[in-house]
Design a binder for this molecule. Structure first.
Ligand SMILES: [Zn+2]
Length: 344
């Protein structure tokens, strides 16, 4: 009986061992088997092929960060300046007005002519540059060229040149007899004193015209010496008289020829009691040998305002007004300013 039981136990163990080995093998087979494949149903509609472009797609627009890109200033449109002269045929001793329109903002200008001792610098007034050009009694007759130079950022450019044709004037001779007292006044010391005062008075000018329209006659009367007369004193050449002498009795009122600012009002040795008025743009008028001065330095006057009275003070042979005009120190004929307004 025990023998049968032992056999049964052995058989059972053998059976269990066999079962265990077979199970591992099945699991191993299951773990190593490929996943179940998906069967495509042949009845599904065919997918159309994707159209692949043969050319490269356009690149996307680059992103611009404007704060980092420097701004390019557009090239400014330069105006073309145009010059106007009040006359192209000035006479000896006259002056003419120069106007340049269409000026470049920030630019300065110069006018150059061979007979100028220094360039004339026009004044920029609003949208234009203006200047007075003297034609003194000593310039050459005939055609002159006035070069217009623009200076911008230190660079000089000659824009163009303008022709003007200087006309002849016949200046007559005047013989003067000077007394001993008059001759005694004409010392170097007195000449230098008067000249220094005159130069100081006209060392500055208004950069805008202080006058408008035509000048008036400061004194009506007999012209005793014409502008530009060649003067001989006691038979010896003394000077050219770049002024008008108007003879009238002592005390006759003298008026300002045009609006301006009084820049000298005092007694000088040779010019006597004198008034000088700045009209702007380096244009000055002079009133000499007065018996009385009725304005003070710094006064603003209008055309026709009383400035003094006729006299015979200083180097003078009798009561008269010595009436002169200059652009800077270049004497010119004041009559021209009664005929031409110079600027529009
Ligand atoms: Zn005079």
């Amino acid at each position: 009986m025990k023998k049968h039981l032992l056999i049964l136990i052995l058989l059972f163990i053998a059976f269990i061992t066999l079962i265990t080995l077979c199970g591992c093998s099945v699991l191993d087979e299951l773990e190593d088997s490929p996943p179940e494949s998906i069967t495509v149903d042949a009845a599904l509609p065919a997918v159309p092929p994707v159209d692949v472009p043969t050319e490269a797609a356009p690149a996307p627009a680059p992103v611009i960060y404007s704060a980092k890109v420097p701004e390019v200033e557009p090239e400014p449109v330069r105006p073309v300046p145009v010059a106007v002269l009040s006359t192209h045929t000035p006479s000896l001793g006259q002056a003419f007005g120069f106007t340049l329109v269409g000026i470049t903002p920030g630019a300065a200008y110069e006018l150059i002519d061979t007979h100028f001792s220094e360039p004339i610098v026009p004044f920029v007034v609003e949208d234009r540059a203006i200047a007075l050009v003297p034609v003194t009694t000593t310039v050459a007759l005939g055609v002159h060229n006035l070069a217009v130079v623009e200076i911008l950022d230190g660079e000089r450019t000659e824009l163009f040149s303008l022709e003007y044709d200087v006309q002849a004037v016949t200046f007559t001779r005047q013989d003067l007899t000077a007394t001993g007292a008059m001759s005694a006044l004409m010392t170097n010391e007195n000449i230098i004193h008067d000249r220094t005062k005159r130069e100081a008075a006209r060392s500055e000018t208004s950069p805008v015209p202080l006058w408008e329209g035509l000048f008036v006659q400061p004194l009506e009367g007999r012209i005793s010496t014409q502008f530009g007369q060649v003067r001989y004193t006691n038979g010896v050449y003394s000077s050219r008289h770049d002024a008008y002498d108007i003879a009238m009795p002592t005390g006759t009122p003298v008026v300002a020829a045009a609006a301006g600012r009084v820049v000298l009002a005092e007694e000088l040795y040779i010019s006597g009691k004198a008034v000088i008025i700045d009209h702007g743009l380096w244009l000055f008028t002079y009133y000499y040998h007065l018996s009385e001065i009725d304005v003070a330095e710094g006064d603003m006057v209008q055309a026709g305002d009383l400035i003094g009275k006729v006299g015979s003070t200083g180097y003078s042979t009798g009561p008269h007004l010595h009436y002169a005009a200059s652009i800077k120190s270049e004497n010119i004929n004041p009559d021209y300013f009664m005929q031409s307004s110079l600027f529009d």
